[in-house]
Design a protein around this ligand. Structure first.
Ligand code: PHE
Length: 350
């Protein structure tokens, strides 16, 4: 009987020699240790043995079983290790003398215009603020004097989350947070609030050459004692002339927004058609670029600023529209297209 166990051990070791892959090892494992495997079968032979023989044979079979299991486990580890090394070698199989790809990426035209505007406003003492794209109904509407069911909400239909929050439909949604952030400095230290906050905005829009569901604005506010419309006009003219590097033709029309009083639409002459009229300017020769106005007293109050003592202006610059004007992009949809052919041709090397 003892011969049988050493015979099996020998044949097992011989077969193991030839194993190169995990699948082969699996087959051997079944052959020897499986339900009907050779070692398992040995146990069945015990019936015919005396109790004495049973004891020593049983022990021998157990030792063999443990040895074989251990050897198989070791071999499994070894084969796994080998497979990993082979993978690594394959990965290293490239030509290190191949020249590097020296093609550089480029900034998106909106990023270029945004950075430029930020630099101009920073030079005039404005801080640049960041704010989230998901805001509350209060921030986007209520705090801006747009109560529930106000018709002004129709134009700003946007995307709502299940928790009641929404994707901001305009950068004005940041105003309330900015007033609250700086009001103490204004009141206690007499430091005017001068801030811009660029951001991505969303609206439920049918898209065409001049409308997109995702676009960029840059809001600006200034609050202090005795701020008037002439301050607003000065800052807007300075900024636009800097951006376009020439004196830009602008016009102010009255415009209604519940959060400013009085409110205006600041238009610039269309740079694509030079004022002749084209699809980008809806054939009017003018482009609506920057709604603006004096901050409504209710909005200041919501921002915990006393409207009896302080006044301010706010503007909502259409960054997307500005980029189209500056770079002569005819269709707004190109800007979100991810088409590198059209997007990578702009630089800010002026
Ligand atoms: N938030 C307004 C809009 O997107 C624009 C605006 C901003 C108007 C600031 C006045 C003052 O329609």
């Amino acid at each position: 009987m003892a011969d049988k166990t050493s015979e099996i051990k020998q044949s097992f070791m011989a077969e193991l020699e030839a194993v190169n892959e995990i699948s082969q090892l699996e087959a051997i494992k079944v052959k020897y240790l499986g339900k009907n495997g050779l070692i398992t079968e040995l146990m069945k032979d015990m019936k015919s043995l005396t109790p004495e023989e049973k004891k020593s044979f049983g022990q021998a079979v157990n030792v063999l079983k443990n040895e074989v299991s251990e050897i198989i486990a070791e071999k499994t580890e070894e084969l796994k290790h080998k497979a990993i090394l082979e993978e690594i070698n394959k990965m290293q199989d490239f030509d290190i003398s191949t020249p590097a790809n020296t093609e550089r990426g480029s900034y998106h035209p909106i990023t270029l215009v945004q950075r430029q505007c930020e630099a101009i406003f920073k030079s005039m003492g404005f801080t640049v603020e960041e704010y989230s794209e998901v805001v509350t109904d209060y921030e986007c509407f209520e705090a801006l004097n747009i109560p529930k069911h106000h018709p002004a909400r129709d134009m700003q239909d946007t995307y709502y989350l299940e928790n009641g929050q929404l994707l901001k439909s305009h950068t004005s949604a940041t105003q309330n947070a900015i007033y609250k952030k700086y009001k103490d400095n204004l009141v206690n230290n007499g430091v005017p609030i001068k801030a811009i906050f660029p951001g991505r905005c969303f609206r439920n829009e049918a898209t065409d050459a001049c409308h997109e569901n995702t676009f960029f604005q840059m809001e600006g506010v200034m609050v202090d004692k005795n701020i008037s419309i002439s301050n607003l006009i000065f800052f807007m003219k300075t900024m636009l002339s800097e951006v376009f590097k020439k004196d830009i033709k602008v016009r102010l029309r009255p415009g209604f927004f519940p959060f400013v009083e009085p409110g205006f639409e600041l238009d610039i002459s269309c740079l694509i058609c030079g004022g002749e009229g084209c699809p980008s300017c809806k054939h009017s020769g003018w482009l609506e670029l920057c709604p603006c106005g004096m901050i409504h007293p209710e909005v200041l109050k919501a921002g915990e600023i006393d409207p009896e003592e302080y006044t301010g202006f706010a503007f909502g610059l259409g960054l997307t529209r500005l980029a189209m004007m500056k770079y002569g992009v005819k269709d707004i949809r190109d800007l979100n297209s991810g088409n590198l052919k059209s997007l990578s041709q702009f630089t800010d090397d002026e």
